[in-house]
Design a protein around this ligand. Structure first.
Ligand code: FES
Ligand SMILES: [Fe+2]
Length: 445
């Protein structure tokens, strides 16, 4: 078979130099299809610790807002500019109930209704006709979540099963990245980058085992999708599943997993949301989980987790010099340098981009479904006390006569992934047993 000749080199002059971004997936302002979709889910907007005595400006989904806690302890999230004549409520006076605009004293409750319109009489018509834009806020485990969707569609606040991990503690964090939300989110379904960016390009940045080539597959989940990464590590098989909970949440397993000891259904080290600030900036807000099981070597560091800081490399600009970031780039450098909004039309996607392509397809479908009036697919506890999720790590000793082939690894990954997906409605202990049984006869060592 004759091989097709490769294209000639030095083609810079002839190549397309500009193209438009994929607005359907990347534009998030009010009224945009993706913005509407993201507004159908509770979104974290800040850490509780960020909220002191003074109001705080927050930009989220392209909207300028002010977040505050009133004198009775209730969080409020209002449009930044006062409905009267536009002064910013960041200069407002926090009251026992609500907030008072500094300029003419209009006093708003946390739902935006006017309690008193400054010097207007108490029965002024403005109190009946005007309401400041406001969003409901739900405070949960050190994070403030907001509902930015239509008030009549507000769903119950979801609790995820990984929040119930036994013996785990958690710490909230928030990281700002100057690029579009999708390039951070789709990184969660780009497992091949772990091998290249985090092992070959920059030296081992996480566990050494993560630098071993993996067999990768993708599966849909009731909440979105997951990737299944299967590796052979010193005679053991390590199956990691990483889930993307649509529209913009992700869970990832132990940061420095070395797959040294057999284990079944070890849950996640992180639950995070990639929340668009606007089209060209993102805040990743979530919880970092800690437990001896997730970190047997004691390398995790809760003291480094918080505002613009996390205990693993390559997530912020300030942590290292530019030169050091050039020598050993991390996720931050790779993602931000894809341009403020990555241009999909200029990409040349290959087979290893199957996860990214699948995630984009899923998002596009959900965005179009919403626009077509179809019901939104939401995390649902299915009558359970927490929403089942699918991120985990399982490690077992390989029992075959030879080292496992690629097909052996693929089959092992499928078995474990099948048990993880199929056990969603079971209590955690029973799920663990099912996954453990899927790894047998390798268990127990
Ligand atoms: S601008 Fe806020 S009260 Fe006048
Ligand atoms: Fe990464």
């Amino acid at each position: 078979m004759s091989e097709q000749p490769r294209p000639a080199g030095f083609q810079g002059y002839h190549q397309v130099k500009s193209a438009r971004e994929d607005a359907e997936l990347t534009h998030v302002g009010p009224g945009t299809p993706c913005g509407e979709y993201l507004r159908r889910y509770w979104q974290p907007v800040a850490m509780s610790d960020e909220l002191g005595a003074l109001p705080r400006v927050v930009r989220i989904l392209g909207e300028d807002l002010v977040l505050f806690r009133d004198g009775s302890g209730r969080p409020g999230l209002l449009h930044r500019h006062c409905a009267h004549r536009g002064a910013s409520l960041e200069y407002g006076i926090v009251a026992e109930r609500g907030i008072i605009c500094c300029y003419h004293g209009w006093h708003y409750d946390i739902d935006g209704t006017i309690l008193r319109a400054g010097s207007e009489p108490p029965d002024s018509p403005v109190c009946r006709h005007v309401v400041q834009g406001a969003y409901p806020v739900h405070e949960h485990q050190g994070l403030l979540f907001a509902w930015l969707g239509p008030p009549e569609e507000r769903p119950p606040f979801p609790i995820f099963d990984t929040e119930r991990m036994p013996d785990a503690t958690r710490k909230p964090f928030s990281l700002t990245t100057p690029c579009n939300w999708l390039q951070i989110y789709e990184n969660t379904q780009d497992p091949i980058h772990v091998l290249h960016l985090h092992a070959r390009s920059s030296g081992v940045q996480f566990g050494a085992a993560s630098g071993i080539d993996q067999v990768i597959e993708y599966r849909d989940t009731p909440l979105g999708m997951m990737n299944v990464q299967t590796r052979q590590v010193d005679g053991r098989v390590w199956v990691r599943t990483v889930d993307s909970i649509l529209p913009n949440a992700n869970q990832t397993g132990a940061i420095r997993e070395e797959a040294e000891a057999p284990k079944a259904f070890q849950r996640c080290a992180m639950l995070r949301w990639m929340v668009p600030v606007d089209d060209t900036a993102t805040r990743t807000i979530g919880w970092r989980f800690f437990s001896p099981r997730l970190d047997p070597r004691g390398q995790d560091d809760p003291d480094r987790v918080g505002k613009e800081s996390i205990d693993f490399i390559g997530q912020t600009e300030d942590e290292r010099s530019y030169e050091e970031r050039q020598r050993r780039p991390g996720d931050y450098e790779a993602q931000v340098s894809q341009r403020p909004i990555a241009i999909h039309a200029l990409e040349h996607r290959a087979s290893s981009d199957a996860g990214v392509a699948r995630l984009r397809r899923l998002l596009r479908q959900r965005i179009r479904d919403l626009a077509a009036g179809k019901p939104v697919c939401r995390p649902d506890a299915f009558g359970l006390d927490a929403v089942p999720t699918y991120c985990q790590d399982t490690v077992f000793r390989w029992q075959g006569p030879d080292t496992p082939s690629e097909e052996d690894l693929r089959a092992a990954g499928r078995r474990i992934a099948g048990a993880v997906l199929g056990s969603g409605r079971l209590p955690p202990r029973e799920r663990e047993t099912q996954v453990r049984e899927a790894a047998e006869p390798a268990f127990p060592e």
